[in-house]
Ligand binder design. Structure first.
Ligand code: EPZ
Length: 432
């Protein structure tokens, strides 16, 4: 089982290139099958989630050509299978995007029910509400979601919950419905806008993405396109908090600073300097970090996907911080691991009370999920001594060449398979 081994204590310094947004790319890849013409997608992150979804796309019969590690060419004209194999849903929840894409194009789709996951139960009732509002039938039995419609008709839909997945899924189905669909209380994340822009580049007629009211005028069909995925604001934010936690000086490049505003403003509150330019943000922190309070919210609020990362930095700050997780019900699982490194955090319900400590000590910790795993790496980078982060397969789902990019910033970190390699790393990177 692969692990990261880290020798902490080095401030991260330098520049790091940010890759394409995983959560935008997943919606875009699903939407790419909605035309029978060829679609070329650039700036895909080379991460497990993307590679699994590409396998799923060829699994239903589409042609998939990997031009290079960040570019794929897809042609959906040869799709014959409208039922997604369970193995793909088991590996990646976003497989449920095939429901909206195939319902829109073929008026039928079947995917396995997504399970819960490490951060919460994650129901999909809003996705189903949207499909039914468009006139589709939805049946759930034998662990499968099947949906079909004679025709999809534009509707006026109000989401009960702001949901990224439901907004993207229903937007795809509505793109090929007859008539106009208005979705109210829609999610506004940058990746929603990216999927809408992608669909529009294929001939869809979607307006208002990025606001909470999205208008979709159905079109008869979609056509070929070449599209570049936006930069990943969560990958960027992860490196920004790594800079803060290690008192470093890091510039994240190839980003859209506006997408990072909630992160940048919290870093400033914590005493860091943040300098923005057109496509880069520099974060440097010389003195001690200061405490702050935050509540995770749908965009443009502070992102839930950055909650573990900021909590690690706050656990090393002066004073006591309050972090409230309002999106998922179980996103503090990393706290027990962090406490083993010396953090002083008390979780009560969906709130963490974080009392800063001067330093962490290295330990063996295990990643409970993708973003928590990245946060534990940040903790190891800041800690005295050696840290081993286990279950890094979660981290590899969403971070491309994570250890390589961190080494480029001066981190002492390696991906290792066995104890022998750990011993060798510790010998090569001794603790003073
Ligand atoms: C997306 O998940 C992201 N995943 C998540 O990122 C991210 O944390 C989340 O949005 C919130 O920003 C992808 O884009 C692949 P939601 P999603 O539907 O779409 C409730 C990562 O680390 N809800 O916006 O599943 C739900 O339980 C991952 O990259 C319903 O009640 O999130 C949650 O409490 C982790 N009914 C809230 O809404 C529904 O039908 C937000 O969920 C759908 C959601």
């Amino acid at each position: 089982m692969e692990r990261y081994v880290i020798k902490g204590g080095n401030p991260l310094v330098g520049e790091v290139e940010i890759g394409g947004a995983k959560n935008a790319a997943l919606g875009i890849l699903a939407a790419s099958i909605m035309t029978d013409e060829t679609v070329t997608i650039e700036n895909l992150p080379d991460v497990n989630d993307i590679n699994v979804l590409l396998e799923a796309i060829s699994g239903i019969g589409a042609k998939v050509e990997r031009i290079d590690r960040h570019t794929a060419r897809i042609n959906g004209s040869t799709i014959t299978n409208f039922s997604l194999d369970y193995e793909f849903m088991k590996k990646i929840r976003a497989s449920y995007y095939f429901l909206g894409a195939m319902l829109g194009k073929y008026k039928r789709a079947e995917v396995p029910l997504p399970g819960g996951c490490n951060i919460g139960s994650r129901p999909i009732d809003q996705h189903i509400k949207g499909f039914k509002a468009l006139g589709a039938e939805v049946n759930i039995e034998y662990g499968l979601i099947s949906t079909q419609a004679n025709r999809l008709t534009g509707t006026h839909l109000y989401f009960d919950v702001v949901s990224v997945g439901a907004t993207i899924n229903v937007m795809m189905a509505a793109a090929l419905a007859e008539g106009t669909t208005i979705m109210e209380n829609a999610a506004k994340e940058p990746h929603i806008v990216d999927v809408a822009n992608f669909l529009n580049s294929m001939g869809a007629n979607i307006k208002g993405a990025g606001t909470d009211v999205i208008r979709i005028k159905g079109v008869p069909r979609l056509h070929k396109t070449t599209y570049t995925v936006i930069p990943d604001q969560i990958e960027a934010g992860t490196f920004m908090f790594a800079a803060a936690a290690t008192r470093g000086d890091v510039t994240v490049k190839n980003v859209i600073p506006k997408h990072l505003e909630a992160t940048s403003s919290k870093l400033i509150e914590m005493g860091c300097q943040v300098e923005e330019s057109d496509d880069a943000v520099r974060v440097y922190c010389k003195g001690n970090l200061q405490h702050t309070h935050l509540k995770t919210l749908p965009y443009p609020g502070f992102p839930t996907d950055m909650q573990p990362q900021i909590s690690v930095a706050l656990a090393l700050a002066n004073g006591t911080s309050i972090v409230t997780e309002s999106i998922f019900e179980n996103r503090f699982k990393y706290v027990d691991e962090l406490s083993r490194m010396g953090a002083n955090i008390k979780v009560e319900g969906n709130t963490a009370i974080i009392t800063g400590v001067p330093r962490f000590s290295g330990a063996i910790v295990s990643s409970p999920d993708l973003r928590a795993g990245a946060a534990l790496v940040i903790a190891g980078l800041a800690a005295d001594g050696h840290t081993i982060v286990e279950d890094i397969v979660y981290i590899q789902r969403g971070y491309e060449r994570f250890e390589e990019k961190l080494r480029g910033l001066g981190a002492e970190i390696d991906r290792v398979e066995d104890d022998k390699e750990i011993t060798k790393f510790k010998f090569q990177h001794p603790v003073a």
